[in-house]
Design a protein around this ligand. Structure first.
Ligand code: AMP
Ligand code: MG
Length: 365
């Protein structure tokens, strides 16, 4: 079942013949894939259609390989093998991509005071969110999946899996763990990292006008002809039908990425209560501070990790964590229907007219 889900399915391949005044031969070359457990759209504005198709094929293959290599559990993935070695206290040799993931994740984890904690793979497994990709929406709303027991959760929290207990030797690219309870799961920033990598591939191939949207995790370079790449930020209350689908729209500047963490992305219901996939490492339960957190930053990996960390930090601590991670463009939707936007982001977005959301502007500098 899982294999079926990770296979690349080229769902759409569109070359729309839109011409802009100054450059009549430029077109939008677009492809949609299913990889990383989500739909990924690649759009390139170019007059080199064939080369664009080739680079899209390269990026598709890269995404698929990254998804397979970085899967925390699939027995033949590089990350699963690494996790096994770490658990046994062995010294593991890392390939270039795992080395970068570990090195960058360690920095982000430290900056977020361990709220972004890719070492808690055992806790993530305990909640069985991996199974959510395999059940239909109807099943997620029935009692098919159950939360783990208090005792099971506490037992894992007590083992304090943390990135600080990893010993990384940067010159040899070797890694060892001092805590057998560490299981690495890069789900909270792998997509951002992969999007950043794909944008570099595009630039190296000479494409400077493109947009990659990996299931709502987005990065843009250049523009779409004479217009900026424009995106919408989803309204987390939208399931209620009566609401608008988008709470804000934004014209992205060159090299800008926008990443969202939300409690509506992956969840199940049990006995009328919803349990989502972003875990507070301090207590082992889904974090309950916000409905959604959207971060804008040039570095897609940082924006992705920060969206997760700030989601967990909640209303009390988010400003401190944002500052420590070097983030100042933030849009938050609280559990109490409040929209909080930073003064640094506000001029870049147009907020939809939404009377249900009380809006507050906060200065982050
Ligand atoms: P995101 O949607 O980017 O916020 O990432 C959520 C995913 O990251 C989950 O599906 C888990 O695989 C993983 N995860 C959950 N909680 C954490 C956490 N506190 N730190 C790092 N990764 C986490
Ligand atoms: Mg994230």
């Amino acid at each position: 079942m899982y294999k079926k889900l990770i296979a690349i399915v080229p769902l759409i391949f569109v070359i729309s013949l839109i011409s802009s005044c100054g450059s009549p031969r430029e077109q939008l070359v677009q492809q949609q894939l299913f990889t990383f457990g989500t739909l990924v759209d690649i759009s390139i504005w170019t007059d080199k259609t064939e080369q664009a198709q080739q680079v899209i094929a390269t990026i598709s293959a890269d995404f698929e390989q990254q998804h397979q290599h970085w899967h925390p559990t699939n027995s033949n993935s590089l990350l699963a093998q690494l996790n096994q070695q770490l658990q046994q206290g062995e010294v593991a040799q890392l390939d270039d991509s795992l080395f970068s993931l570990v090195q960058i994740a360690t920095i982000f984890s430290k900056q977020s005071e361990g709220l972004f904690n890719p070492a808690i793979g055992l806790l993530v497994d305990l909640w069985h969110f991996d199974q959510l990709q395999q059940v239909s929406l109807d099943e997620t709303n029935s009692d098919t999946l159950k939360p783990p027991s208090k005792e099971q959760i506490q037992a894992l929290v007590n083992l304090h899996a943390s990135m600080t207990q990893l010993e990384l030797n940067p010159s040899l690219k070797q890694l060892r763990s001092r805590n057998p309870a560490i299981k690495l799961d890069f789900g909270a920033f792998a997509k951002g990292f992969a999007v950043e990598h794909a944008i570099n591939t595009l630039r190296k191939a000479g494409f400077n006008n493109a947009l990659i949207n990996a299931g709502g995790d987005i990065k843009a370079i250049g523009s779409k002809g004479d217009r900026a790449w424009k995106i919408g930020i989803r309204n987390p209350f939208y399931q209620q039908q009566t609401d608008q689908p988008v709470i804000a729209s934004m014209a992205l500047k060159d090299n800008q990425s926008i990443m969202t963490s939300g409690d509506y992305e992956r969840f199940f219901s049990y006995k009328g209560k919803q349990y989502h996939h972003i875990i507070d490492p301090r207590n082992g339960y889904p974090a309950n501070g916000f409905h959604s957190v959207t971060i804008v930053h040039n570095d897609a990996s940082l924006a992705d990790a920060a969206a997760t960390a700030i989601f967990i930090a909640g209303p009390e601590q988010w400003k401190k964590i944002a500052q420590q991670m070097g983030i100042n463009k933030v849009l938050l939707i609280t559990q109490t229907s409040e929209l909080i936007i930073s003064q640094q982001l506000k001029p870049l977005v147009s907020l939809a007219d939404n009377k249900k959301l009380k809006t507050t502007v906060v200065n982050l500098e």
